[in-house]
Design a protein around this ligand. Structure first.
Ligand SMILES: C=C(O[C@@H]1C=C(C(=O)O)C=C[C@H]1O)C(=O)O
Length: 253
């Protein structure tokens, strides 16, 4: 049987912590224009050389293609997202063209050999993002197992409607909870601790700004990770083979 949704969400929460820590690690390193384009090229080719970068979205099972495919309106619509909120770019491009520059409030000046460290922090961050997205597979299977009456009628149709499937998979309250916790963690973990706070109720020194801009970390999740994770959930259900689908839907009868 698939994992429960609660179990999968606990894994997503753990991935989120890893993504946050990698964001903080990268934010502690220099971001110059040169370093940015050199690093982008190095990280891009590392992902490609890994052999896991597929030419089309969602081809095969490796996690990596999701971060290098531009989420154009056509791609978003293919996975049932008609809300017109496609970014038009890949996560990788958004990271190097926008997010990296805007996330750290005051990156340090370059120092000898800072470039490899910075590239490694980014590669780790992007890898964790790809793994987080790949968990959409488990999320979708647990939702199907928990609510066959909702999903089976949508899936057995000869021409399944991606928009209806996406709507059934989308949980706005959970998205809001994820974004709230991302914002809180980004602020708390990158700020100076309030040393007089009680141990069981940590807080930050409000007079010192956090090292990263929480809204930019939330943007990584709202514009990219949640959207692409949901794409992969839709893909997973559309790609189920007949035997698996019959099995999942048998209990409904
Ligand atoms: C991953 C889930 O599915 C969707 C995507 C979410 C996410 O990426 O965090 C959150 C809620 C759902 O809209 C989930 O329900 O947990």
């Amino acid at each position: 049987a698939p994992e429960s949704l609660a179990e999968v969400r606990a894994v997503l929460a753990t991935m989120q912590r890893g993504i946050l820590y990698s964001t903080l690690a990268r934010a502690a390193l220099p971001v110059t224009a040169d370093a940015r384009s050199d690093e982008a090229a190095a990280v891009r080719s590392a992902f490609q050389l890994s052999g896991l970068d597929a030419p089309a979205p969602f081809v095969g099972s490796p996690a990596y293609p999701f971060i290098s495919v531009a989420r154009t309106p056509a791609v978003a619509q293919r996975w049932g997202d008609n809300r017109g909120n496609s970014t038009g770019v890949s996560l990788l491009d958004a990271y190097y063209d926008e997010l990296l520059n805007a996330t750290a409030r005051s990156p340090p000046a370059p120092f000898t050999n800072s470039a490899p460290l910075a590239a490694h922090a980014s590669a780790q961050l992007l890898t964790l993002c790809a793994v987080r997205i790949s968990k959409g597979n488990d999320v979708a299977l647990s939702k199907l197992a928990a609510a066959p009456r909702t999903f089976c009628p949508l899936l057995v149709s000869p021409a399944p409607n991606a928009t209806a499937i996406r709507e059934a998979l989308t949980v706005p309250a959970q998205e809001a909870a994820v974004l709230a916790s991302v914002g809180a963690q980004a602020a708390l973990w990158s700020s100076a601790a309030n040393m007089s706070a009680p141990l069981d109720a940590p807080s930050v020194n409000a007079s010192t700004p956090s090292a990263v801009v929480p809204e930019r970390v939330q943007q990584l999740f709202s514009d990219h990770l949640i959207a692409i994770t949901t794409d992969y959930e839709v893909y997973t259900l559309l790609a189920l083979d007949d035997a698996t689908l019959a099995d999942a839907c048998a209990q409904m009868l």
